[in-house]
Ligand binder design. Structure first.
Ligand code: ADP
Ligand code: MG
Ligand code: MG
Ligand code: MG
Ligand code: MG
Length: 486
């Protein structure tokens, strides 16, 4: 049996395919987007009329291989395997992710897992290693198996900016004045965020809070944490929703980490905890309550949070400390995934905005890459809003595995604010401070690059090296100002 056949034959999947058909009929869905996420975090896929649901659910749809990486945008480099000679991939929908689009109720979307074509000579029907969702599922399953059911629950805090469109279609400043937590400014964005919340709730995100952040038009809206795959899917959905609300309001929904100098950047803190047990039978088909489904919003509940401090409070539980130890050890390589664009490093370099560049952990120390923000979880702060959340969760699971398996001691928490430490003449350990440097670390870190197996590492490196090299070859306004009259 090929991986593709095994995926289609999963226990309970046939029943879910039927439930989706019932929803298509009940909700009047006419068209379905079959989508997956590229290595660079972009949403790609195909649209198919809903009549064909059963056929696509069983046989999948075909797409050119390079779409997993957006690689065909680069026609200057002849990259073997992604050019005109590339083979096709097969996308198989995961019915539990089926959901109606609230802005056009005739349309639904479903996430897919990607496989090699059945006709391919090498590993026909095998998992496509450059599919980040499929990879995260495999990595998480292996982790659970090795660590007796321990699993990752994750809640992210995406910040982003609502920007006006200039005459040239590019961003032209923020939609509201910058002032963190300012209710009047939050109010000025009400038409935007109320629409986002309405769409998000309709698509299964249990929205829990929101605020205006430090930069012009900058909002953070949070939803309830869950199993890491569902959180990654929901961040992808959230970006899609923001893009839709931007279209409706002729605005730009900007997830670029640092569009403006001298004001805060957009981060995407990852809040993490490892649990045992709990209810794993949740279902995302939430528009209508399904038989046996208790809540409209479903997320993994119950179980034991191994990060919780013991009696009397204090340090996280032992598993939590080892997990932190693993992340600290691999922080340099993880930075290539959490700060994955050239622009990400503007966020780290523009000091004075609590940039989390201290390669250490602490309690309420916001200059550290890792912070224990509340009992039972820690917050990985250097991740920014451009992150591919599937790659990030996979890489973090590999770091956790190393920390737990090898009992890595994270050392004592760092209590110094980094600016004070530097001012006092202390030597501090920083994250890699450029994309090129971070990519070198990723290449040399066997543990973290095992989160990008097979072709994934080749694709990621190709794309990201290319991005960095193009940037290095670009003459900017800064060059001109600096050197014009030398
Ligand atoms: P901050 O105080 O850093 O601004 P927020 O309150 O904005 O944090 O966001 C916290 C996020 O962490 C939310 O998405 C929440 O659901 C999530 N979260 C809470 N507890 C846990 C946990 N045990 N494991 C993972 N995520 C969690
Ligand atoms: Mg074609
Ligand atoms: Mg927050
Ligand atoms: Mg914030
Ligand atoms: Mg935070």
């Amino acid at each position: 049996m090929t991986d593709l056949e095994a995926h289609v034959a999963q226990k309970g999947r046939k029943e879910l395919v039927k439930q989706v058909r019932a929803q298509i009929n009940a909700l009047g869905i006419k068209y379905i987007y079959y989508q997956f996420v590229s290595v660079t975090g972009r949403i790609v896929g195909k649209g198919v009329p809903a009549d064909h649901w059963e056929t696509v659910a069983e046989k999948g749809f075909q797409l050119v291989y390079g779409s997993t990486a957006n690689l065909f945008v680069d026609r200057r480099k002849n990259y073997i395997g992604y050019g005109p000679e590339a083979s096709e991939l097969v996308g198989i929908p995961d019915p539990e992710t089926f959901v109606q689009l609230p802005w056009d109720k005739r349309v639904a979307r479903v996430f897919c897992t990607c496989f090699r074509n059945r006709e391919e000579r090498e590993n026909p029907g095998g998992h496509l290693s450059s599919d980040c969702r499929g990879n995260l599922r495999i990595i998480h399953d292996e982790f659970k198996k090795k660590h007796k059911g321990l699993h990752l629950r994750h809640g992210c805090e995406p910040e982003m900016m609502w920007l006006k469109k200039g005459d040239n279609g590019l961003p032209d400043g923020g939609f509201s004045k910058p002032n963190c937590y300012h209710i009047d400014q939050f109010e000025s964005l009400r038409p935007v965020f109320m629409k986002v919340i309405e769409y998000a709730q309709a698509m299964g995100l249990d929205m829990i809070q929101g605020d205006h952040e430090d930069a012009p038009g900058q909002l953070e809206l949070n939803w309830m944490y869950d199993d890491c795959m569902r959180t990654a899917d929901r961040l992808t959905t959230y970006r899609q929703i923001c893009a839709q609300v931007a279209r409706e309001n002729n605005l730009i929904a900007c997830f670029m980490p640092k569009p403006f100098m001298g004001v805060s950047a957009s981060g995407c803190h990852h809040n993490l905890s490892l649990w045992t047990g709990g209810d794993d039978q949740v279902n995302n088909l939430h528009q209508e309550k399904l038989p046996g489904q208790k809540d409209v919003f479903s997320y993994r509940k119950g179980g034991v949070n191994t990060f919780m401090p013991g009696k009397g409070g204090g340090k996280p539980g032992q598993i939590g400390l080892y997990a932190i130890g693993g992340v600290i050890k691999h922080l340099n390589a993880l930075t290539a995934i959490g700060s994955s664009t050239v622009n990400s490093y503007r966020r780290l370099w523009d000091t004075g905005f609590w940039a989390p560049v201290f390669a250490d952990w602490g309690y309420q120390n916001r200059t550290c890459a890792l912070r224990i923000s509340a009992p039972g979880r820690f917050e990985y702060r250097s991740v920014d809003a451009a992150v591919n959340p599937y790659l990030m969760a996979g890489a973090l699971l590999k770091a956790f595995d190393d920390g737990i398996s090898n009992k890595i001691d994270p050392g004592e928490p760092e209590e110094r604010n980094m600016y004070e430490a530097i001012a006092a003449g202390k030597k501090v350990k920083k994250l890699p401070m450029s994309l090129g440097e971070a990519l070198d670390h990723l290449e040399n870190d066997k543990v973290i690059n095992s989160a990008l197996p097979g072709d994934m590492m080749r694709v990621f490196m190709h794309y990201k090296r290319d991005e960095h090299e193009k940037f290095m070859a670009t003459v900017t306004n800064w060059d001109l100002e600096q050197y014009w009259d030398i």
